[in-house]
Design a protein around this ligand. Structure first.
Ligand code: AMP
Ligand code: GLY
Length: 418
């Protein structure tokens, strides 16, 4: 009998995961909780919140789900993987303890310091006065990271002491993000890249590299966002850089998590930077990146059900085969994002996109005659091509053919390699 899979989450990343699973000949039925209007084209969406661990577990039991795949960090931090495993249910994703590598910047920094994993120099503070004293003695820009999940908004890079002071007040006195600590970090420069690996304990199986574009506007200007576009592969990462990332970062960190008694299982995401002094870690995530997943998984030719199963069960990993083709994706976001924005604008032109173009829904809703906008990031349009230039031109042409009066996008995705 065909397999039944449950995917937890409801954004572009989960749409890409559902899309990859739908290519598995073994899989007969895909559920997605809560999913979204676009995911509903490829899976049955169920109205369960991604942090409602008990309801998710009950659903998996009721439907005889063979394997659950977790998208968002909030679900992992809520302990969904622990709860499923304790109930004898197969699940792809780390438990709460291992998810701390993303949930706590301080934990991640201390782990890297202890195991000599290259990263920016840092100090952690929970007192505003001490943090301010330290920042006064250092140089600018300085990197301030709130120690906790802050939906991508927990990192501020002040250029001046006044700005740094205001941020430290927000983070430590006014508790705008919660009550916690701040990591003060040295500012590094160089191109960033995303290295996602399938990890099971000490076993590390690399995915193809990708690069996100975090700033809202062209020329890498404007506020940080959840990501405005991505592409894969990365021609500026040499085989030596790759080797360094694997041997000095990804493998040692997986081994360190085992040594610390919180072995990692699932997708370990290294947010890395190629600096003049070598590859350094900017951050770790305990899950697939968004929007990186939308350009990486379309390149996976192996049966992803077998890949997820091997990690979930701790059995032999099948060979990972990747397409030689390049992929590039443009995010279409609501005007005003990442600030406030309006919703409910009709989106036209999604049915007439050319071969080789995929649309992943990030924030849409179904309406009487199609889809309407329903989030900050709305769609990600991904094309593949023989090289990045071809993928870029195809994806951009597709984006331009989509009509919606309240969407904007960056035309310069992939500028570094064009
Ligand atoms: P994070 O949430 O840790 O990924 O930080 C968000 C963004 O802030 C990163 O993608 C970088 O562009 C930037 N950033 C974080 N840490 C540093 C650093 N130490 N030096 C320079 N930029 C950084
Ligand atoms: N693209 C960055 C992230 O997923 O956190």
């Amino acid at each position: 009998m065909g397999k039944t899979v449950l995917v937890i989450g409801g954004g572009g990343r989960e749409h890409a995961i559902v899309d990859a699973i739908s290519r598995s000949p073994q899989v007969e039925k895909i559920y997605c909780a809560p999913g979204n209007a676009g995911i509903a084209l490829q899976a049955e969406c169920v109205a369960i919140k991604d942090t409602d661990v008990e309801a998710l577990k009950a659903f998996a039991v009721e439907k005889g789900v063979d394997l659950t795949v977790v998208g968002p960090e909030v679900s992992l931090a809520a302990g969904v993987a622990d709860a499923f495993r304790a109930a004898g249910l197969r699940i792809y994703g780390p438990g709460k303890a291992a998810a701390t590598i993303e949930a706590s910047k301080d934990f991640a920094k201390a782990l890297m310091a202890k195991y000599n994993v290259p990263t920016a120099a840092y100090r952690t503070f929970d007192k505003y006065e001490e943090a301010l004293e330290y920042v006064k003695k250092g140089s600018f820009p300085v990197v301030l990271k709130y120690d906790g999940l802050a939906a991508g908004k927990g990192v501020v890079i002040p250029e001046t002491l006044e700005e740094a002071d205001a941020t430290l007040k927000d983070m430590l006195l006014d508790d705008c993000f919660g009550h916690g600590k701040v990591v003060v970090e040295e500012f590094l420069t160089g191109p960033e890249f995303s290295f996602m690996c399938f990890v099971n304990g000490k076993e590390v199986y690399p995915m193809e590299l990708s690069q996100d574009h975090k700033r809202a506007y062209e020329g890498d200007k404007g506020p940080n966002t959840g990501g405005m576009g991505a592409y894969s592969p990365l021609p500026f990462i040499t085989p030596a850089d790759y080797e360094e990332a694997m041997e000095k970062v990804m493998k040692p960190v997986a081994a360190a998590m085992v040594a610390e008694g919180c072995p990692f299982t699932g997708t370990l995401y290294g947010g890395l930077m190629k600096t003049a002094d070598g590859v350094k870690v900017i951050e770790f995530n305990c899950r697939f990146g968004d929007p990186e997943t939308e350009v990486v998984l379309p390149r996976l030719e192996s049966d992803i059900y077998d890949v997820f199963s091997a990690i979930a069960d701790g059995t032999a990993m099948p060979e990972l085969k990747w397409s030689e083709k390049a992929t590039m994706g443009f995010v279409m976001a609501s005007k005003g994002y990442p600030g406030s924005y309006e919703k409910g604008f009709a989106i036209k032109g999604l049915d007439t996109l050319p071969e080789g173009v995929r649309v992943f829904h990030m924030g849409t809703k179904s309406a009487a005659d199609g889809f309407v906008t329903a989030g900050g990031r709305v769609l990600m349009v991904v094309a593949s091509g023989k090289d990045l230039k071809e993928a870029h031109d195809k994806a951009l042409a597709a984006v331009e053919s989509i009509e919606c009066e309240n969407l904007f996008y960056r035309r310069d995705i992939g500028w570094r390699v064009m």
